[in-house]
Design a protein around this ligand. Structure first.
Ligand code: URA
Length: 207
């Protein structure tokens, strides 16, 4: 389907299954979310540019490679922050922007209440993170905000996507690849993904 790529590595799928499990408590949910995010970041950064540098080992000088692109991470508040630490562990020099959106419970439309992005987004590789791509509306608005601030190279990283969300997102932002651990069956009348994993923010923060 469109610009969706499912990351089906066995370790990713194994952790996702435990994450879905209703008996996984908040503490373990957070740990699993971080481990899963690390594995997914490893996969989606595969084609990042590198440049050669000289490095002195304890024995001699040699050539190594370092990342050659500034990275900006943008978690969608609040559930996206549960993925942030894991990405920063792997990309410690990344800058971080935040976009605050909540879903109006009546019409499920995203309401933006906060946005703070680093400058000079145009040359950066941007990773937008949010665990759930449900209706797709929050992710669409978040990418709108990033593009209005000159962001161009955007990857959207989630854990679970719905067909409705992928369809809506891809129609508006066909240039932005979606990386997910799963494509689930559908969304329900309240905008929850089925079978999904419940409310990701509630499960991360114990609310
Ligand atoms: N947000 C969540 O946290 N879970 C869903 O199933 C859908 C949106």
């Amino acid at each position: 389907m469109s610009n969706l790529q499912i990351l089906d590595h066995p370790l990713i799928q194994n952790k996702l299954t435990h994450l879905r499990d209703i008996s996984t408590n908040n503490h373990n949910f957070r740990l699993l979310l971080e481990e899963l995010t690390s594995l997914m970041v490893y996969e989606i950064t595969r084609s990042y540019p590198v440049r050669e540098v000289t490095v002195r080992t304890p024995l001699e000088e040699t050539t190594g490679k370092v990342l050659n692109v500034p990275v900006v991470l943008v978690p969608i508040l609040r559930a996206g922050t549960g993925m942030l630490g894991a990405v920063l562990n792997l990309l410690p020099t990344a800058k971080v922007g935040h976009i605050g959106l909540y879903r109006d419970p009546q019409d499920l439309q995203p309401v933006q209440y906060y946005s703070k992005l680093p400058p000079q987004l145009s040359h950066a590789q941007i990773i937008l993170v949010d665990p759930m791509l449900a209706t797709g509306r929050s992710a669409i608005v978040a990418v709108d905000v990033i593009k209005r601030n000159s962001g161009r190279n955007i990857q959207f990283l989630c854990l679970v996507a719905s067909p409705e969300g992928v369809e809506a997102f891809s129609r508006v932002h066909p240039d932005v690849p979606i990386y997910s651990a799963a494509l689930d069956r559908q969304i329900d009348d309240h905008g929850y993904i089925l079978p999904g994993l419940g409310d990701a923010g509630d499960r991360v923060f114990g609310t």
